[in-house]
Design a protein around this ligand. Sequence first.
Ligand code: ADA
Length: 565
Amino acid sequence: MLRLFRTNEIRDVQELEGDWDFQPTKGKDGLPSRYEYRMPVPGCWEMHPQFSTYRGKAVYRRMVEISRKGAIRLVFKGVSHTADVFFDGIPVGRHYNAYTPFALVIPDVEPGTHEIAVIVDNSFGESSALHVPNDYHTYGGLIRPSAIELLQELFIERIAFTPIRTAEGWQGTIRLYVRNIGQRACRARLQFNLAGRDIDAGEASVMPGETVEISSTEPFPGITPWSAGDPTLYLLKANLYMEGQEAPVDDLIERVGFRTVSTGNGRIRVNGEEIVLKGFNRHEDHALAGAAIPYPLMVHDIELMLDMGANSVRTSHYPNDERFLDLCDERGLFVWEENHARGLSLEQMKHPLFAKQCEDCNREMVESHFNHPSIIIWAILNECASDTPEGREMYRAQLEQIRAMDATRPLSFASHHRDRELCFDLADIVSFNLYPLWYEEEDPLELVKEARRWADEAGGLGKPMIMSEFGADGYYGYRDPSRVKGTEERHADIIERNLEAYTSVPFLSGMLIWQFCDCKVTEGTGWLLTRAGTQNSKGIVDRYRRPKLAYAVVKKYYAGRSKQE
Ligand code: ADA
């Protein structure tokens, strides 16, 4: 399943799910001559008993039937973490970063049987600035869905919808991007349907190799806005016509919601109404699926969060699977989505590929997830070197890049630099990762008040504030009346003291528990990579989603219900 709704009625799209041939290459270059294994896609190779700790290169291969002569596009929603794609043995493209989608056009394909092969590499090394040994696991494989599309010489590459709330009612700006992958100039005409209205978007000439934007702003009277309590969604169906042809040659369907997000006077507002985020940080990780969480388990995660009374989730620390974002749209869960980076030092940020890899990630994240009404915050660079002048320039560049692509969502970053933070003035929302009662013996109430003062003195005055991380380790099943650190009891106590404090102060716009579920971490050395059980155990549920004692505590504060009710 690529999305939770059908994205094309005219374009021929075939999902490439199921078993692919699989072969680890153990350092050898090129494609193997034989494949000894089969591996499910989407999936992580760590789920195969022989590859549970394999790190390196491996090849996924499968055959496809193409029914007609012409262009095709290979779509990969997420390959972890570097993909070298081959079509009939010929390299057709490369992509870095497990957590953002990419697509490759192959112009002139003959009908018949063809081979798709992907060399997947999840090793850490010189060419990887963002995937490094870390407090989460970089799995290997085609971790998200992939598809093959049959294209005409002109096609709709993407749609960007921006809702606008005016005194007269709701409007929307629809930007349609049409790309010419043929050999001749073509004239495109676009029509779309949204909320019961058929609209002519206009015409344009598109030269070979060019992508042209056609946009229009329209009123949509009578629509129901999207909100957490009533997450109304609309399909936006765009059709592309070519000169001289009666029938549309291509289409693209997006799903949108009408809502606005704004900040001011220290508050976040959705459709003009103040909100306070009560939610979780969530890693895409599951004991039985790794990073390739299947749809029913995604639903399970969302249901658990809603059961606890949460209204929000932070996609720590990378852009998420679109199906999960689709679910958030449908269930009315607010999303803080962030680019891919965790805890990189200034030295790591000076990696020669850091700027380019972040820039690509930011662009791919914003372009592919632009239409999700549930996403109300874009964020960058969790706990990186925002306390240094050089780091500040990198934060500035990335925030500017995102703001230029989308000026409608507030921007933030999660900082652990306390009174040393240098970038609060660059963001719209100030966010703190602090671990009172876990890493430091501090009182959460005193600390959150102090954090507000740090923010106010460092350029954050008047900006909304979020406690973007707090928590403690609690090992599932380790219960002991002594309530020592690591027990479920102590974990619940620490979560309780934190939530008690954050729900009592008037100036917070959000609290996001670290973390929803335990997650696997990279095995290594040093305090971070030698965590007990090779996992970060601060989840309110464990890697199998079994609730710890803290579950009832969260429910009490988020849903306002005690365990007995
Ligand atoms: C940081 C970081 C998380 C996690 C957490 C912890 O705040 O952002 O990814 O590592 O600390 O458990 O210590």
